[in-house]
Design a protein around this ligand. Structure first.
Ligand SMILES: [Zn+2]
Length: 333
């Protein structure tokens, strides 16, 4: 009997590196993670990735054989050469040929994919986009990433950097974004942007605002440190006007970006992932309202805006599925 093919998915984040052993149908059979420790330098991080890959291989047993691994990485990358151009959360990473380095150290073919593209591909293979041939996915977190699935294929572009949906300009000459440009969606609708917006509104509210007596409504600088996006969503759910306004503001910009993407790509779905995607109607309804006003009238009723389904596993499952597809394509050549 032929051995079952298994794949390893790696999610390389600024805080943690997560790994999973994944079947060809997208089921995770083992997971492990370790702190990234990016300040210890590139080689230490690569060493941790290699160690996680070995841990996953040790869990295979008689279940099958590891055919390939996919590494989902932040930052602009070249998926064709397996190179990370640079990673904002990993100091000193410039032009790192990560796929080749990890592949050589482990003896397993490795393929690189942008982390948000990996999450979109994961949702395509085993999540919210499973039955959709074309969809656009936004990952709303510390940054905003994305992926465009068009006619059952991940849109990669010339070098594999396509899908940087957080860096579409929604406010000409607006706020400075981490990428160096101004007015990017990420500067208005990422989790830190929402927290900041909430804090500014709560801080400058008149004392007799409807929220003045509410517990946990941040009104001093120390509070800004402890308010996270989940708290803002919870407060909005309870009716805090500042939290609601902060989410409305982010949703207004997201609706502009989503409208543009829908009008260009004609997707069946827009999938909202990341922590904010899981917050439910309090976040999704304002996004839907705003997007609707920017989508071409004939398309409005057809496109659905839905939450992602795989949560934090999307990146691992997507990277593994990407490796499965890429290794098959390599075999054909
Ligand atoms: Zn930007």
């Amino acid at each position: 009997m032929a051995e079952k093919p298994l794949y390893i998915g790696i999610d390389l984040g600024g805080t943690d590196i997560k790994a999973g052993l994944v079947t060809a149908s997208g089921a995770q059979i083992a997971v492990a993670s370790t702190p990234t420790g990016g300040d210890e330098g590139r080689d230490a991080v690569i060493g941790r990735i290699v160690s996680l890959v070995r841990q996953m291989c040790a869990r295979v047993g008689k279940r099958g054989r590891v055919r390939a691994m996919g590494i989902g990485s932040p930052g602009p990358i070249n998926s064709r050469t397996g190179t990370i151009y640079f990673a904002p959360n990993l100091p000193g990473w410039r032009n790192v040929r990560l796929a080749a380095l990890v592949g050589r150290a482990t003896g397993i073919p490795a393929f690189l994919i942008n982390d948000a593209n990996a999450a979109a591909w994961g949702e395509k293979c085993a999540g919210a986009g499973r039955n959709a041939a074309s969809f656009v996915m936004y990952t709303l977190g510390t940054g905003i990433g994305g992926g465009v699935i068009l006619d059952n294929k991940l849109l990669e572009g010339y070098e594999g950097t396509a899908g940087e949906l957080g860096h579409t300009v929604v406010e000409p000459g607006g706020r400075l974004c981490g990428c160096g440009n101004r007015g990017c969606l990420e500067a208005y609708a990422s989790a830190p942007a929402i927290v900041k917006e909430y804090f500014v509104r709560a801080h400058y509210a008149k004392p007799k605002s409807p929220c003045a007596g509410q517990r946990r409504c941040a009104t001093n600088a120390a509070d800004e440190m402890v308010v996270d996006p989940r708290t803002v969503c919870r407060l909005a759910h309870r009716g805090c006007p500042h939290a609601k306004a902060a989410i409305e503001s982010a949703a207004r910009y997201l609706g502009i970006a989503i409208g543009n993407m829908v009008n260009v790509f004609n997707p069946e779905l827009v999938v909202i992932g990341g922590g904010l995607g899981q917050a439910g109607a309090v976040v999704l309804d304002p996004i839907r309202r705003s997007a609707l006003g920017n989508i071409l009238p004939p398309l409005r009723k057809k496109v659905k805006i839905v939450p992602a389904r795989l949560g934090n596993s999307a990146g691992i499952i997507g990277a593994a599925a990407w490796a499965a597809m890429s290794s098959r394509e390599c075999g054909k050549k």
